[in-house]
Ligand binder design. Structure first.
Ligand code: PLP
Length: 375
């Protein structure tokens, strides 16, 4: 969390604790906090404040967008999603199928870019209710051409939702100029706390809520508001300045450049496509990402593997699989993220640790002088 964000939310835990739905005077300050946050979030994405619905997280926003399309357009039984979506879209799509609908998953190329021709083939006028394709991928950072995707969806009469959890604040977004119907975002990707998110719902669009009750959020998401979280999300949105992204990209690029020059076999997943500033997904051929993770953790480097390990079960990343890579590639992939709170020194130190760990594992495997050489 950004300390400025924490400072902004604390008064809404300590002093301004009234329920925003109450009519007494102390509730007004709380209502004002929510309204200000709604404007701050709207400003970040070029939307109107009345188009912002606060949710408990990005997952809820994704679920709500898909559920609304299903409820508003019951006669249209077809859903289109991308092959590399987050599970917050994959699982609602599975539910869509279980409830009798059909789902098409649009493939991506070797760089993780959505196949626009396949998308054109997938959307079916009079059948497709919704196209849900993520703006930026959470594993590789690869950016989708969302304007073209939205146009293709609309030409077929489908609505377009985009999971922009990884894109908001990292790309300039102007929803006044883009035909997007619904967009999801999440606080903890923007230096706000975990457990707060928002769904943009275009004023052009009909929306039916998933949560019914007291009618908060203009009836679009009932439940007493998480006011400190909302205020924090608003402040965080105000602090997401596009200029930061150039510096973050420079950190990431410097980190990658150091590793690429020292490890000739290293590859950047999605490296041939445009990527958001802070994400780096790297494949270290011949090395085990699971072993690297343990050694890097000991050195204080926090990163993730290209495979999700659930107890004894190891699933290769569905994102890398969709990009055409095999399980071996996924099991040699590590993911790193950088933010505006990282320094050049940290990025270079992290690269030094990664090199040292790679060198150690290569020596253990007798890989010195093999296909991957650490200089
Ligand atoms: N979508 C993407 C692309 C994400 O990266 C994440 C979180 O990592 C989510 C959705 C879910 O957001 P939340 O953790 O706020 O539920």
């Amino acid at each position: 969390m950004d300390p400025v964000v924490l400072d902004a939310m604390l008064p809404f835990l300590r002093e301004h604790f009234a329920n925003p739905s109450a009519s007494y005077r102390s509730a007004r300050k709380v209502q004002g906090g929510i309204q200000a946050a709604r404007e701050q979030v709207a400003n970040l994405i070029g939307a109107g404040p009345e188009e912002i619905v606060f949710t408990s997280c990005g997952t809820e926003a994704d679920n709500a967008a898909i559920a609304s399309a299903r409820m508003c357009r019951p006669e249209l039984r077809h859903l289109v999603i991308g092959a590399t979506e987050h599970s917050a879209v994959i699982e609602p799509a599975r539910r869509w199928e279980q409830e009798g609908g059909t789902v098409t998953r649009v493939p991506v190329d070797r760089d993780g870019l959505i196949d626009l021709e396949a998308l054109r083939q997938a959307v079916r006028p009079g059948e497709t209710a919704l196209v849900s394709i993520m703006w930026a991928n959470n594993e590789t950072g690869v950016i989708a051409p969302i304007g073209e995707i939205a146009q293709i969806a609309h030409e077929a009469g489908a609505l377009i939702h985009t999971d922009a959890v990884q894109a908001v604040g990292r790309l300039s977004i102007d929803l006044h100029a883009l035909p997007i119907d619904c967009l999801s975002l999440s606080g903890h990707k923007m230096h706000a706390p975990k457990g707060i998110g928002a769904l943009f719902v275009s004023r052009r669009m009909r929306f039916l809520p998933s949560l019914l009750g007291g009618g908060q959020e203009q009836g679009r998401r009932s439940g007493t508001e998480n006011v400190p979280g909302i205020v924090a999300l608003g402040k965080a949105a105000e602090l997401m300045i596009p200029a930061h992204n150039n510096r973050i990209a420079a950190l990431r690029d410097g980190f990658e450049a150091r590793l690429l020059s020292a490890l000739p076999g290293l590859t950047v997943n999605g490296g041939g496509a445009p990527r958001v500033s802070g994400t780096s997904s790297l494949c270290f051929p011949g090395l085990s990402a699971a072993e690297m993770l343990i050694l890097l953790d000991e050195r204080g480097v926090c990163c993730s593997a290209g495979s999700a390990c659930h107890t004894a079960d190891v699933h290769p990343s569905h994102v890398l699989e969709a990009m055409g890579f095999d399980a071996g590639h996924a099991s040699s992939t590590l993911r790193f993220s950088f933010s505006r709170m990282n320094t050049v020194q940290e990025a270079q130190e992290a690269a030094g640790h990664v090199l040292a760990v790679a060198r150690r594992l290569q020596a253990m495997r007798g890989m010195d002088g093999g296909p991957v050489v650490v200089s």
